[in-house]
Ligand binder design. Structure first.
Ligand SMILES: *Cc1c(COP(=O)(O)O)cnc(C)c1O
Length: 354
C-alpha cells in the first residue's frame, strides 16, 4: 500500500527548519525574474529565473544555502577551521572559503585535477579569499576524501578545531535542507508575483538541490514538477540518491512525507561528452541567455541545462501552456576559466590607427 504523505503549511516547514542552528551567510531571498525575451526567442513557455547565482557569497551560487546550515553547525561545535574538497574549478569550495571568512574561520581546500599555469575562475577567487589550497593532481571525489581527514588530523595536532565538510559523508543533508528552504521562498514569491509554475528546471550534480526542491514541493502538496537535468550521473543513480536523501531529511525534520522514486524526474540525456566539456549546445545556450536577458550562465551547469531546456521546447516537451522556473545555481566564475571554449571573437573590430 502507498504511504499517504501529509501536507504542511509553509509556516510549519519554516518553523521546523528554524530549530536547526543556522548562520545567515547568504543574501536571501534571491530574485525571481521574468524572462520575456528568452521566452519569445524559444517560442515556447513563460520562463522565469530563480536567481540563486545572486546569493551573494563571492559571486553566489547554490552552495550558499547549504552553508547557512553548515556554518550554524560549525559554530555550534566551536570550530575555527573548515575543510572542503572538490575539482579545481569548484563553486562549492569557493563559496565555502567565502563563508569561512565571514565567520573568521580558516579555510583549507583540497582541490583535485592538474593545475595549469593560469589562476582563473574559482581558483583565482579561492586565492583572493586567502584559502589554503592542497592540490591533489590525480584523484576523484571519492578518493580525495582521504585527504580531508588527513588535513583534519594535521590541523588538530596543531591546535585547531577543524570542521570537515564532507558532502558524500556526514554533511550530505545540508544541501537538501537549503533547497527545502528555497522552495518555501519560491512558494511565497509565486503568491506575491502571481505565478503558477508548472515546472522547476534545475541542474543535477549530486542531486542534493533537486532532493530539496522535490521534498519541499511535496511537503506543500504543490503540483509543480521538479525537472532535473543531469550534468554528470545516470538517471538511475540520481533517482535512488534523491529518494533516499529526501526521506532522510524529512525524518530529520520530523515530517511525515515520503518521496517515491516515480515522483523523481531526472533527465540524463544531456550529459554529452562529459562533466565540464563545452560543446555547441552549451556555447549557444550561454550566448542566447546573455543576448536576450543579459543573463550570465556557466557552461558546466546552468548553460548545459539551458541547452536542454531549448531542446525540450523544440521537441514539444514544454509548450506555451507551461510556466517554467529555471533555477540558476550559479557557477558564473567558470565562464572565465573556460574563456577559450566560449569566446566567439565575432563583433570585435580593431581600428589600428586613430
Ligand atoms: C554544485 C552545483 C550544482 C549541483 O548541485 P547538486 O546539489 O550537487 O545537484 C549545480 N550548479 C552549480 C553551479 C553548482 O555549483
Amino acid at each position: 500500500m502507498d504511504h499517504e504523505s501529509q501536507i504542511y503549511s509553509r509556516q510549519e516547514i519554516r518553523s521546523r527548519l528554524s530549530r536547526l542552528p543556522r548562520v545567515p551567510v547568504g543574501l536571501l531571498p534571491t530574485p525571481l525574474q521574468e524572462c520575456p525575451r528568452l521566452s519569445e526567442a524559444l517560442g515556447g513557455p513563460r520562463i522565469l529565473v530563480k536567481r540563486d547565482d545572486m546569493t551573494g557569497l563571492a559571486f553566489g551560487g547554490n552552495k550558499t544555502r547549504r552553508l547557512d546550515f553548515v556554518m550554524g553547525d560549525a559554530k555550534q561545535r566551536g570550530c575555527d577551521l573548515i575543510i572542503a574538497g572538490a575539482p579545481l574549478q569548484s563553486n562549492h569550495c569557493r563559496q565555502t572559503a567565502a563563508a569561512a571568512n565571514l565567520l573568521g574561520m580558516k579555510a583549507v581546500l583540497v582541490l583535485f585535477g592538474k593545475m595549469g599555469d593560469e589562476m582563473q575562475g574559482n581558483l583565482l577567487l579561492d586565492d583572493l579569499l586567502g584559502a589554503e589550497i592542497v592540490n591533489v593532481e590525480h584523484a576523484d571525489l571519492q578518493s580525495v576524501r582521504r585527504f580531508f581527514y588527513e588535513q583534519e588530523e594535521k590541523y588538530r595536532r596543531n591546535g585547531y578545531n577543524p570542521y570537515v565538510l564532507d558532502t558524500l559523508g556526514p554533511s550530505g543533508h545540508f544541501g537538501v535542507l537549503g533547497y527545502v528552504d528555497c522552495t518555501m521562498e519560491l512558494s511565497k514569491q509565486f503568491e506575491e508575483q502571481g505565478v503558477t509554475a508548472t515546472h522547476i528546471v534545475t541542474p543535477v550534480g549530486s542531486g542534493g538541490t533537486q532532493a530539496g526542491l522535490a521534498l519541499g514541493a511535496k511537503l506543500l502538496g504543490a503540483s509543480v514538477q521538479v525537472y532535473g537535468v543531469s550534468i554528470r550521473k545516470s538517471k538511475e543513480e540520481l533517482t535512488s540518491f534523491i529518494t533516499k536523501k529526501s526521506r532522510d531529511t524529512a525524518d530529520m525534520l520530523g515530517l511525515d512525507v515520503v518521496l517515491n522514486p516515480e515522483e523523481v524526474v531526472v533527465d540524463d540525456r544531456y550529459v554529452g561528452p562529459g562533466y565540464g566539456v563545452v560543446t555547441d549546445v552549451e556555447r549557444e545556450a550561454v550566448r542566447l541567455a546573455a543576448r536576450t536577458e543579459a543573463l550570465m550562465l556557466d557552461p558546466t551547469y546552468s548553460g548545459k541545462v539551458m541547452g536542454a531546456l531549448i531542446d525540450l521546447v523544440k521537441k514539444g516537451r514544454f509548450g506555451p501552456q507551461d510556466t517554467i522556473v529555471f533555477l540558476h545555481t550559479g557557477g558564473t566564475p567558470i565562464i572565465f576559466a573556460k574563456s577559450r571554449a566560449l569566446a566567439s571573437g565575432t563583433g570585435i573590430h580593431v581600428i589600428a590607427q586613430a
